[in-house]
Design a protein around this ligand. Structure first.
Ligand code: HEC
Length: 145
């Protein structure tokens, strides 16, 4: 009774402003560049791989990646949205590259050009992103150098 017509009107106006705002934001903020920038490939891991780094990466993988890339990285998860085909991280095909720097960039920024995979920048520390890199590179798809 107390809100009445004006309350409903104000509510509708607020929703309109929010929707318009989201729309502008979506247009103004593309997901990212069409490809991994060349500089990324040159980036070196902040620390070398180790059993501890791989184990930490495995825990993070379970939390953030398994849902799409599958239990062991085979890209065979049945939970991933049907519209996307998460990469097999255990084979030797690396569309974007397999260097430490490229993997770090993809984990942080997402997978171009479609960005069905979103990046984790701001959600995990750089150190944890490197732990993930070391775990992914331990899955067998990257030739040992
Ligand atoms: C929402 C589902 C989803 C999640 C979650 C996800 N990915 Fe992805 N990932 C994808 C898709 C889709 C692609 C791109 C496949 C393609 O090439 O079209 C991709 C691509 C990649 C690539 C590039 C492979 C290549 O050959 O270029 C890497 C590396 C990768 N993901 C690692 C990870 C890691 C590590 C995590 C967790 C931090 C993660 N992904 C989380 C869906 C996901």
């Amino acid at each position: 009774m107390t809100r009445g017509f004006r309350g409903i009107f104000a509510g509708a106006a607020v929703s309109w402003v929010v929707a318009a705002g989201v729309n502008v934001w979506a247009q103004a903020a593309p997901a990212g560049p069409a490809a991994v920038p060349a500089e990324a490939a040159k980036m070196k891991a902040a620390f070398a791989s180790s059993p501890a780094a791989i184990e930490a990466g495995k825990q993070l993988y379970t939390k953030y990646c398994r849902f799409c890339h599958g239990n062991t990285g085979g890209g065979d998860s049945t939970m991933a949205p049907k519209s996307m085909q998460p990469s097999n991280l255990t084979d030797t095909t690396w569309t974007r590259g397999s260097s430490e720097g490229v993997l770090f960039w993809v984990i942080q920024n997402g997978a171009p050009p479609k960005y069905d995979m979103k990046g984790l920048k701001g959600k995990i520390t750089d150190a944890d992103a490197w732990n993930l890199v070391h775990y992914v590179r331990s899955l067998g798809g990257v030739p040992k150098s």
